[in-house]
Design a protein. Structure first.
Length: 233
C-alpha cells in the first residue's frame, strides 16, 4: 500500500484515481461538517458543485447547506458550521451541500473506486478503515481556491503517521505532510488557528468552529461516497 498527497484539487490531473482509495480533506470546514452531521444522525449528505444543483435538491425535499467564501448562503437552511449539522432536528434528514472547496474536491474524486471523507473529528476511524484495505491511497486536500493550505496538509500527515508501519510514503508530498504533522501534532489547534484560512474565517465570528474542527476522534464513523451521497456504512 502506497500513500500520496495531492495538496489542491488543481493538481488532481497529475494522479490516476481509478485504482485508489481517495480521502477528501477539508478541515475548515466542509469535511468536518460532514463527519459531525453523519455522526450525529443525519441520514445522508449529497455534495454538489453549484448553488443551482443544491437548490434543485432543496426543491426535492433536501435540507440545503452551503457557503461561498466562508459566508452562509442566505437562501439555505444551513451554512458550513459543524454545530449546525449536529442540531437534533436534522437527524434522519438528507442534506445537500455546496462549498467553495470541499464539494469541488469530492466531485473531482468521484472516479475512484472508493471515496471517503476525513477530518480530525474522525481521524482514528479513517486510519482504521484504510488499514483494512489494500488499495493505494490518495489524500486529496481541498485547499483554498486552488491553493495550498496548512490544516488539510496537517491532517494528511496525521493519516500517514497512523499508517506508517504498514504503508510506504516515498514521494516528497507525503514525506512533507508526515514531518509537518510530526512537528505540530502536540497542539493541533494552535497551529490551525494560525493558518491563513483560520484568519480568513475568523472575520465571520466562528472561532468556536475552528476550535471544534481541531478536536480529534469525536466520532467513530467513516463517511463513504455511495453514488452521489455520503453515508455511513
Amino acid at each position: 500500500m502506497q500513500i500520496d498527497v495531492c495538496y489542491t484539487p488543481d493538481l488532481i490531473h497529475q494522479f490516476d484515481v481509478t485504482d485508489k482509495t481517495v480521502v477528501v480533506i477539508d478541515i475548515l470546514r466542509a469535511t468536518s461538517c460532514m463527519v459531525a452531521g453523519l455522526g450525529s444522525g443525519v441520514k445522508s449528505i449529497t455534495p454538489v458543485a453549484t448553488v443551482e444543483e443544491c437548490e434543485a435538491l432543496g426543491e426535492a425535499g433536501y435540507i440545503m447547506a452551503g457557503e461561498r467564501g466562508g459566508k452562509k448562503l442566505e437562501q439555505f437552511q444551513l451554512g458550513n458550521s459543524p454545530f449546525e449539522y449536529m442540531q437534533p432536528e436534522f437527524k434522519g434528514t438528507k442534506i445537500a451541500t455546496t462549498t467553495t472547496n470541499g464539494t469541488r474536491a469530492l466531485e473531482l474524486a468521484k472516479e475512484a473506486p472508493e471515496v471517503i471523507v476525513g477530518a480530525f473529528l474522525n481521524l482514528k476511524a479513517v486510519v482504521e478503515h484504510l488499514s483494512k484495505q489494500s488499495r493505494d491511497i490518495l489524500l486529496l486536500c481541498a485547499g483554498w481556491k486552488g491553493k495550498y493550505n496548512l490544516e488539510d496538509s496537517l491532517f494528511a500527515g496525521a493519516v500517514i503517521d497512523g499508517l506508517k508501519k504498514q504503508a510506504s510514503f516515498d514521494t516528497d508530498a507525503s514525506i512533507a505532510a508526515f514531518y509537518l504533522y510530526e512537528s505540530m501534532c502536540k497542539d493541533i489547534y494552535y497551529y490551525i488557528s494560525r493558518s491563513n484560512h483560520a484568519s480568513r474565517l475568523s472575520k465571520f465570528g466562528i472561532l468556536k468552529d475552528i476550535e471544534y474542527c481541531s478536536k480529534v476522534d469525536e466520532f467513530d464513523i467513516v463517511p463513504v461516497l455511495q453514488g452521489k451521497e455520503l453515508v455511513v456504512k
